[in-house]
Design a protein around this ligand. Sequence first.
Ligand code: ADP
Ligand code: ZN
Length: 719
Amino acid sequence: MSRMTDPSHTNPELSRARAILQNSFGYHQFRAPQEQIIEQLLGGGDALVLMPTGGGKSLCFQIPSMIRSGVGVVVSPLIALMKDQVDSLNQLGIRAAYLNSTLAQDQVRQIEAQLLGGELDMLYVAPERLLTPRTLELLQQTQLALFAIDEAHCVSQWGHDFRPEYIQLNQLNHHFPAVPRIALTATADKTTRDEIVERLGLQNAEKFIVGFDRPNIRYQIMENDGNSRQRLLNFIESEHPGEAGIVYCLSRKRVDDIANWLQSKYINALPYHAGLDSQTRQHNQNRFLREDGIVIVATIAFGMGIDKPDVRFVAHLNLPKSIEAYYQETGRAGRDGQPADAWMVYGLQDVITLRQMQASSEADEAHKRIERHKLDAMLALCEITACRRQALLDYFSDPLDAPCGNCDTCLQPPQTWDATEAAQKALSCVHRTGQRFGVNYLIDVLLGKENDRIRRFTHHQVSTYGIGTEFKAGEWRGIYRQLIAHGLLAVDLQGHGGLHLTEKSRPVLRGESKLLLRKLRKASKTRTRKAAADESIKPIDQQIWEALRSLRLALAEEQGVPAYMIFHDATLMEMMERRPQTIDQLAQVSGVGERKLESYGAQFLDCIISHANLPDDQGDTVSLTVDLLKEGCTVESIAEQRQLTPATVYNHLAMAIEHRGLPLAEVLPLSSAHLKSVRYAFETVGLDGRLKPVYEALEGQYDYGELRCIQAALNGDTS
Ligand code: ADP
Ligand code: ZN
């Protein structure tokens, strides 16, 4: 398609797009290639957009929906998230609504009327609903700005998120040939991309493909040394205290165990898996989305479409089964572009379990071959000694020129050792014992253990018996893991974990080729980024940061929306750095648009100014608040003495109640009858973690700070 040489000066619609970016969203510049995509849609063309998570896909259809006349129809597979997306837009003063099965009849009718009356800029619809005769008829009578098909990879039958309803979306082309369409995804390789074009009839769409790199994510993959749980705790405590994160485990039982254990260590952790009743699941998900600093421990059932921008880490306690899955799951960290961690521990058992799951799957041979190939690629990523990011991006055919400097292998280059002789021992032990035993048994033979089983099979007489005493059992496990990962050993198909030799093992056995393996790395002793950063944050900054966060939380609770919808972390951080002193200066901060400035500007400005000249407080700010309380001060007087908002003080107290066993009665002396009625309100209307419905049910008898403390006490009870 031909474009004018410098569209920005000649195209008045593009100037409007810039003005909307600045005024409504509060951002100063488009990111590449948002502007070109917007231009393409404004010109009436179709677009296929492949951009990594957090790249800024939403603006690409939101802004044209606002500029073109009519409504922009957004197809999104997750009804659970539509409300949040619409709430976010409403926060910015943009007219958006959604139609899905959670609405009552009269709400549906009201939205249909708004639609026909031209009162909406954007309408979110689930795919199955979009294609009903009723909706199609409704849209026929409405002026349409565009169709946006979000998560477009759901159309791919090979992918892990296949949604049959998506296939039907090709009908849009026939029903509304003149309406531009934009399909967006973060997870498409070349094959999936071709499939999207083919199935959605996007042959004429201009393609906008942004690389896969997520530079703000730091990748770390470690061998399991038998204490992954403690390592996880150390990681959270040292790198991400009080921050939001996701911990993935393979089984439900493990999810429950890890969540309980983290709670016992004062981490605000909640479980999420398909075995929990749906109310609990919903409650935990909502708390994760709405509050600051919840760690969700989950099976992979959690996360598809989780739009929370400030997830600071994703930890895997098991190996994902492909690089695609790893990339997608880790991609939920750091959508806001701020530094985030992708942290993983994996071990020999993961490799065996996944190989066995594959072997016993019902899929046809072609499918199995692909899956095997994908797992091999994932294992290779784990075992490489070069830059992880380069390997990851290579896999997606998006090569990176130089090592990244922000992954574990770049930061602490792993050492290798010549493992040829050890490998020969390990492999020939497999051979001598008949290629049908599992790792533990093989190691017992190598170490010359005396037990009944070995004697029964007369393996104390084979030549490899007792020849491996130079290594400990754990070291042999590491060697076997790498031999399997490198394809020198294969796992049996019957599911007993028996190992057998492969073609690749022969040259090593015969001494024709050398084998280098990674050295086991001890848990890192180097200075962590957080520890380094913490030294540079002055206590006074800590206070402002906390005060800004609790002001944000209080406002979010009043509105019944997640905290990040008020302002993102990045915006609060910029406020902290710039210390604006006037409303105009505050308006300069990225993420502060007109509507938010009007709604919240004064309060945030107050908060910043009141913290300008405080003496440096030493020590733990929560403890200081609790000490003052114990001296008999009221919340108001603590707030005054410490120059904090009462909301911050309540926040401190709630934390102390939930995690440090401060009795609720010391904060709020409630009669047991009152407590009962509040508890009842939480149990009936407050299950999703929001305070607003509880506040309303109790007719404002308790303010938000008090409710937060009561909620903390109730949460503390159940854990
Ligand atoms: P995606 O859907 O691609 O994962 P989003 O559309 O949710 O990403 O955007 C990710 C984050 O980046 C959001 O917080 C969004 O507000 C922010 N963002 C998008 N475009 C810009 C921009 N031009 N300048 C600053 N921030 C932006
Ligand atoms: Zn690197």
